[in-house]
Design a protein around this ligand. Structure first.
Ligand code: GTP
Length: 488
């Protein structure tokens, strides 16, 4: 006799009775009824039986089917199935030999492991970042030098401002790379710091570093924290990849830089003009979409242009003669959008300006200060680059902003000259008044289009761009006719 349960599974009545008998609770005696917990749990020691019952029909899960306890019990003909008719008490079926599993060891150890190797413990919640907390130490800053590190490793890993009121401020250059621009090559440096959550940048103009054949007259502008050895296990390739190399990096030239030498050659400093520096604040609208509400894009372009202008100086080997050397300096690009109030507030401020308020009032109406920028991090970056710090070269500062000038001086930056930042339209009018040609003055063939204030303003071209475009066409399928194909 057979019946079907609610899933339509066929059981023989005898099976069910047997199962019930085996699994039913033990009927308690009247005495036992008073004792707590006298009913035996139905499932406690009968699991195997229930499983066997479940596995004896088709409705078994993959896990039951492959369960070691009853290998292939659902289908006795299957490979590896045990023939239960031959079962004898005490003769358990031999387990099929398991495949030897090869142990996989990651070659890229987790961060906690690497920290342990360096003898450092991971800080609690180290990976958690919030908008309000500064970048955490292990992510952005040099770890304290391990005990076994060489003296070179342990020095100059962090650029610290020497200021008594901000002894904790630390910056570290995480990466550097060459970027060709319409004004010549620059070295872009990306910095982390322990003061805010921003990645500030330094655009270093010092093309003399790329000249392989002659020694530069002026000291090279290089980051101490970048050139430092970060750990004993750091390879040359790792150093080069983060930008700690000298000369022009190429397939044939891969020379890692040496850890910084604190003393610099000052023999030519009297003939070389101090580097030209600009502390520039981020302006998405002016620099990216060409907003004509401000001249920030133009200022950035103009700053790089002016810094890159070659200078004629006395020849150190024969001071009666002159020699022309490439321009030298840096733009410290601070992520202090909207004078520190952020893009959201700046966009709202624009609407208030459209209603007739000026920029300062608009800021105040939004509950901000007129200018919320700080210059401590910028100063620390300058120090790291060996610019304007105590005992190092003084700088010429491109700015019209007296607050900026004073703030930097307060941070200990030696400013030997202020260079005015004159808007181009004003320069043009000035030159027009004097009867000069503005385009001639700037070496430009045609006037810049009003509003096109992007870097370089004109067309982008050059060997690097050609390579970049060829790769896009040949490797990535971009639909561009390759110019060189016609001439090949
Ligand atoms: N809040 C606010 N910020 C603006 C506005 N227009 C430009 N900015 C920001 O102003 C900053 C540039 O500052 P400026 O005051 O133009 O120049 P500066 O750097 O103080 O002075 P200079 O060194 O002489 O150029 C950038 O962060 C811009 O995003 C505006 O209308 N409102």
């Amino acid at each position: 006799m057979s019946c079907h349960d609610h899933r339509g599974v066929e059981h023989s009545l005898a099976d069910l009775e047997l199962l019930d008998m085996l699994t039913a609770p033990v009927v308690p005696s009247p005495d036992e009824l008073t004792k707590k917990g006298s009913y035996k749990r139905r499932d406690s020691d009968l699991d195997p039986l229930l499983l066997a019952a479940a596995a004896s029909y088709g409705h078994v899960t993959r896990n039951h089917y492959a369960h070691d306890f009853f290998p292939a019990v659902g289908d006795p003909r299957a490979e590896g199935a045990y023939d239960w008719t031959k079962w004898q008490p005490g003769s358990l079926p031999a387990r099929p030999e398991r495949k030897v599993r090869l142990k996989y060891e990651s070659r890229q150890a987790p961060r906690s492991h690497r920290l342990k190797q360096l003898g450092l413990e991971e800080k609690e919640n180290d990976s958690v970042r919030t908008a309000s907390t500064p970048l955490r130490g292990a992510d952005n800053l040099p770890l304290p030098a391990p005990k076994s590190a060489t003296s070179e490793t342990s020095t100059s890993l962090v650029a610290r401002t020497q200021l008594p009121h901000s002894p904790q401020l630390e910056v570290k250059c995480m990466a550097r790379t060459r970027v060709p621009t319409p004004h010549g090559p620059v070295f872009l440096h990306l910095y982390h710091n322990n003061r805010d959550n921003k990645e500030h940048l330094a655009i270093v103009v010092d093309p003399a570093q790329l000249q392989e054949d002659s020694l530069p007259l002026a000291p090279s502008i290089r980051s101490r924290t970048l050139d430092a050895v970060w750990s004993d296990s750091e390879t040359e390739m790792e150093r080069i990849t983060r930008g700690a190399y000298v000369g022009r990096l190429s397939k044939n030239s891969q020379r890692p830089s040496r850890p910084p030498v604190e003393r610099m050659d000052t023999s030519t400093l009297d003939i070389i003009p101090p580097p030209l520096i600009r502390i520039h604040s981020e302006c998405f609208t002016g620099e990216t979409i060409g907003s004509m509400r401000c001249d920030c894009g133009e200022q950035l372009d103009e700053a790089i242009r002016q810094i890159a202008l070659p200078v004629t100086v006395a020849d150190p080997s024969d001071r009666a003669r002159t020699v022309t050397i490439p321009g030298r300096g840096a733009v410290i690009y601070m992520r202090q959008e909207g004078r520190g109030i952020g893009l959201l507030s700046k966009i709202r401020a624009y609407n208030l300006q459209d209603l007739g308020h000026d920029t300062v009032t608009a800021n105040l109406m939004l509950g901000h200060g007129a200018d919320e920028r700080g210059y401590e991090v910028a100063s620390a970056i300058l120090c790291d680059l060996g610019l304007g710090a105590d005992g190092l070269e003084g700088v010429r500062l491109l700015t019209n902003n007296p607050d900026k000038l004073h703030a930097l001086e307060k941070e200990g930056i030696q400013i030997v000259e202020r260079v005015p930042m004159v808007p181009r339209s004003w320069q043009r009018r000035q030159q027009h008044k004097l009867g000069h040609d503005f385009a001639d003055l700037h070496g430009q063939e045609e006037e810049k289009v009003m509003g096109a204030m992007m870097i370089g303003g004109g067309e982008v071209y050059g060997e690097d761009l050609d390579k970049y475009l060829r790769t896009k066409v040949l490797r990535m399928g971009h639909m561009l006719p390759l110019l060189s194909d016609a001439s090949d």
